[in-house]
Design a protein around this ligand. Sequence first.
Ligand SMILES: *[C@@H]1O[C@H](CO)[C@@H](O)[C@H](O)[C@H]1NC(C)=O
Ligand SMILES: *[C@@H]1O[C@H](CO)[C@@H](O)[C@H](O)[C@H]1NC(C)=O
Ligand SMILES: *[C@@H]1O[C@H](CO)[C@@H](O)[C@H](O)[C@H]1NC(C)=O
Ligand SMILES: *[C@@H]1O[C@H](CO)[C@@H](O)[C@H](O)[C@H]1NC(C)=O
Ligand SMILES: *[C@@H]1O[C@H](CO)[C@@H](O)[C@H](O)[C@H]1NC(C)=O
Ligand SMILES: *[C@@H]1O[C@H](CO)[C@@H](O)[C@H](O)[C@H]1NC(C)=O
Ligand SMILES: *[C@@H]1O[C@H](CO)[C@@H](O)[C@H](O)[C@H]1NC(C)=O
Ligand SMILES: *[C@@H]1O[C@H](CO)[C@@H](O)[C@H](O)[C@H]1NC(C)=O
Length: 624
Amino acid sequence: MMDRVYFWVVFMAFFLLLSVTSAETVQVREALVQFMEKLAPGNNPGDENWGWNISSDPCIDAWKGISCDISMQFVKKIVLDQLNFTGVLDAASVCSAKNLAVLSLSNNNVSGMLTYDISNCTRLTHLYLHGNNFSGNLPGSLSRLSNLKRLVVSDNRFSGGIPDISRVSGLLTFLAQNNQFDGVIPKFEFSNLEEFNVSNNNLSGSIPDVEGRFNASSFLGNPGLCGKPLPNTCPPPVAEKKGSSSKMYLIYLGYVLIGLILVSLIALKVIRKNKRKEKKEIAKKGLQTDATKDKIISSTSSESKRGGNISEYSITSVESGMGSSSLVVLSSPVVNGLKFEDLLRSPAELIGRGRHGSLYKVTLNSGVTLAVKRIRDWDISRDDFKKRVHIIDQVKHPNVMPIIAYYCSSQEQLVVYEFQQNGSLFRLLHGSENGHLFDWGSRLSVTARIAEALAFMHEGLQGDGIAHGNLKSSNILLNNGMEPCISEYGLSVVNNQDSSFLAPNDSFQENTSSPVNNMSNAFKADVYGLGILLLELLTGKLVQNNGFDLGLWVNSAIREEWTVEVFDKTLIAEGASEERMVNLLQIALKCINSSPEERPSMREVSVIINSIKEYEEKSLSSEA
Ligand SMILES: *[C@@H]1O[C@H](CO)[C@@H](O)[C@H](O)[C@H]1NC(C)=O
Ligand SMILES: *[C@@H]1O[C@H](CO)[C@@H](O)[C@H](O)[C@H]1NC(C)=O
Ligand SMILES: *[C@@H]1O[C@H](CO)[C@@H](O)[C@H](O)[C@H]1NC(C)=O
Ligand SMILES: *[C@@H]1O[C@H](CO)[C@@H](O)[C@H](O)[C@H]1NC(C)=O
Ligand SMILES: *[C@@H]1O[C@H](CO)[C@@H](O)[C@H](O)[C@H]1NC(C)=O
Ligand SMILES: *[C@@H]1O[C@H](CO)[C@@H](O)[C@H](O)[C@H]1NC(C)=O
Ligand SMILES: *[C@@H]1O[C@H](CO)[C@@H](O)[C@H](O)[C@H]1NC(C)=O
Ligand SMILES: *[C@@H]1O[C@H](CO)[C@@H](O)[C@H](O)[C@H]1NC(C)=O
């Protein structure tokens, strides 16, 4: 308890200290006040909390429309929509707030030009200027805003050509309808764009290939535009008429070739499929007849490329005396009276293989599906293994998968869980949907659940020194209610030879004299694992090399002050709170501190993640 209080005091003091020692400088304040004077000349609303004066601080005194980072140091957002401003945008002044990420002035009556200086807002991600009275060209310097995600300039009087901003690779939105732009549509990375509209301008020429992502309604009202997706085709270019018949001939020949290739590919696939089916049938038969003797599951599938390959247990007879009695069923309503033979007789499908063993999906005759983890190369005696499983079974948390049954011989161990249909966190993040369905709110609540469950397990198993040992997104499964369930708790032992679940600097060699230290390091290795999991959820990036690379990358991005760049594109796109993403990022970085002693305990992590989650929920309910 004292520990916790102490931690909070340090945590809060840290932020207070930051906010006292440095805030936006006087120059920045002056520039912001000037920006406001030009935006709303002689129009200081009679709101006493308006701020925007030189004698107060934009963050601490919460000037109207301004949001800052959590340390209350830097202005990050300026949102001044629908306030009847009639002045001009002084880009040079507002860009002296170097950390500005969001500038929104929509639906005012701002006139004048958007000047070249806007490129000095290098961190800008969102620029909303729609519904004003801007005129003149869009500056080409927009292409230097490499962090830009959303650019909305619709419903103004902008004119001239649209600049080429295809260099801004992360751009998701370009809305410029209802202006007076002319010239041709420049290059865009249409495959990345989510929103695009240039309707009701005076654009001309042929529309570039929009890769099927946008329809005519993005281009209407431009008399000079032609080509797909508009109904009017472009007139053929005059110079290319010569030799067009031979060109057409080549094109047709191309089609014929492609057709031939397709046909042969399909034929090949059909043949392969049939072959595989035969194989499977043979394998199943073999399994059923052999399984009457005492068996042990041994070497597995022939192929295990990504994807759900069906494969077979191959069964080999081993020493007798290890019959069905070796399968110990812990209390479980799902598989009353499960026998080892039942497992062997049932069709099994290899669903995963890693350094520490393989995972099978087994469907019993009764229709119940089980996940069977087969552990490889674990130097543990039968008694120690039994003891360990029973200890783990004593500590139950709803977000940790209970072990249904286990089997151990001198060579290997099997652990049986209920099979979860909804896959893993890994699949949710990196599967075909690519994290699109996994929004910020869900990610936050999933991590809060996981951290809470791990803290509970750590406390319950502290004395026995049993940590999870192999925390990663593929070990977090989703149950029927899409609640996270931590699988394989305690089935990996971290020892001197195998430091795969530690940061590269964690080494036990020096500590062999002190088993207590080893134990607490095992828990700190879980904290590291959770830190990497948090980074995976925040960045949407794949974890390799135990997350060491990901940690390095995030750390270097932060050193270069590209914090916004590290976050998952889909999170930015949905408008997730950057402040809370940064909060979570900071916890993650503490968790992956290269020295284990510096890492917080799982309980401390859980408390902080929960407070971020509560904060998120509060802010949502106040917005609604
Ligand atoms: C400046 O803004 C602060 C914060 O809104 C306000 O409390 C203060 O009265 C203002 N000062 C002046 C001189 O307007
Ligand atoms: C803006 O002007 C409209 C019409 O004059 C008025 O109804 C509205 O209250 C004004 N909004 C603000 C924020 O001053
Ligand atoms: C823009 O930023 C550069 C480099 O930080 C600086 O030299 C320049 O004066 C700035 N321009 C304006 C108009 O503030
Ligand atoms: C916008 O400002 C101009 C003067 O600058 C004024 O004539 C016009 O009525 C204003 N429009 C709106 C919608 O407030
Ligand atoms: C835009 O500005 C022009 C001239 O500055 C003015 O005549 C016009 O009324 C303004 N339009 C709107 C919608 O305020
Ligand atoms: C549109 O562009 C054409 C030239 O491409 C020009 O002749 C015409 O005047 C423009 N129309 C408007 C309304 O600006
Ligand atoms: C065009 O796309 C928009 C959204 O991108 C959609 O709302 C609209 O229905 C589509 N129109 C047609 C004709 O397909
Ligand atoms: C594009 O803008 C026009 C004009 O505001 C609108 O009618 C159309 O629905 C928009 N199309 C899309 C796809 O947003």
